[in-house]
Ligand binder design. Structure first.
Ligand code: ADP
Ligand code: ADP
Length: 225
């Protein structure tokens, strides 16, 4: 579904983390937010997720104003660094969490969890607790958890950051495959890595000092003159 940020500003006390961001991500489109640390990328993502409230501006999903809805009511899949796995739940139960919250039938939960764990190569870790996993493995489980609910909107904040080079390449491939297989999902992908943005995004939004400074199709933005 379409995601719209409509003139969104976020202030934390005297800090302006995001200044007047207007951005529409169409169903089926992937937009990368690219920019240096502190430029407001994560704040934009958290505003869409509902983890931070805009000081000004509105968030719309499929045209509906969701600015006042809590995160769980937005039906969004989120992978954010701070939203770590639930430490007291085993891997499979972490992945099942959103499905159970949505009261999916038990057989469907079991099947879907197995599919997701297989996708990220974590099947043999289903019974482990998050603390027994490496950072990269936890990140893979977080991706599986986000995708389990088949979200119409997927928000990814540096989802490959904790992974080694081989796994980064594998997960990048999985994300590209996901884009082909789930054609109507809108994806916002936060990264400071230009090559990741180019590999995944239809459009790249360049952020600097809390502002959007440029937005264009990936090819156009980095075409050599
Ligand atoms: P990025 O994701 O591009 O690294 P962020 O969106 O995390 O940037 O941060 C943008 C700015 O907002 C930074 O100056 C950061 O320190 C500030 N900021 C982010 N979250 C908070 C918060 N919860 N409280 C205070 N300042 C924050
Ligand atoms: P930062 O300052 O980098 O944002 P914090 O540890 O302060 O780091 O932030 C944790 C983030 O999680 C906050 O932005 C907070 O608003 C957000 N948050 C709060 N409740 C939830 C929730 N239920 N699920 C996910 N994120 C949440």
């Amino acid at each position: 579904m379409t995601v719209q940020l409509d003139d969104v500003s976020v202030h934390f006390g005297r800090t302006c983390a995001l200044e007047g961001l207007s951005l529409t991500v169409a169903a089926g489109e992937t937009v990368a937010l690219l920019g240096p640390s502190g430029s407001g990328k994560s704040t934009a993502l958290k505003a869409v997720a509902g983890f931070v409230r805009p000081s000004i501006g509105r968030i719309r999903l499929a045209g509906q104003d969701v600015t006042d809805l809590p995160p769980a009511k937005r039906g969004i899949g989120v992978v954010v660094q701070q939203y770590a796995l639930f430490p007291h739940l085993r891997v499979a139960d972490n992945v099942a969490f959103g499905l159970r919250a949505a009261r999916k039938p038990k057989a469907e939960v079991t099947r879907r969890v197995a599919e997701m764990l297989a996708m990220v190569g974590m099947t043999s870790y289903a019974k482990r607790f998050p603390r027994e996993l490496s950072g990269g493995q936890q990140q893979r489980v977080a991706i599986a958890r986000a995708l389990a609910i088949q979200p119409k909107v997927l928000l990814l904040d540096e989802p490959l950051a904790a992974l080694d080079a081989q796994l980064r390449a594998d997960m990048l491939g999985e994300l590209q495959k996901l884009r082909r297989e789930v054609p109507d999902v809108a994806i916002i992908y936060v990264t400071h890595d230009q090559s990741e943005a180019l590999a995944l995004a239809d459009r790249i939004a360049v952020m600097r000092d809390a502002r959007l400074v440029d937005i264009a199709p990936a090819a156009q933005l980095y075409a050599t003159p």
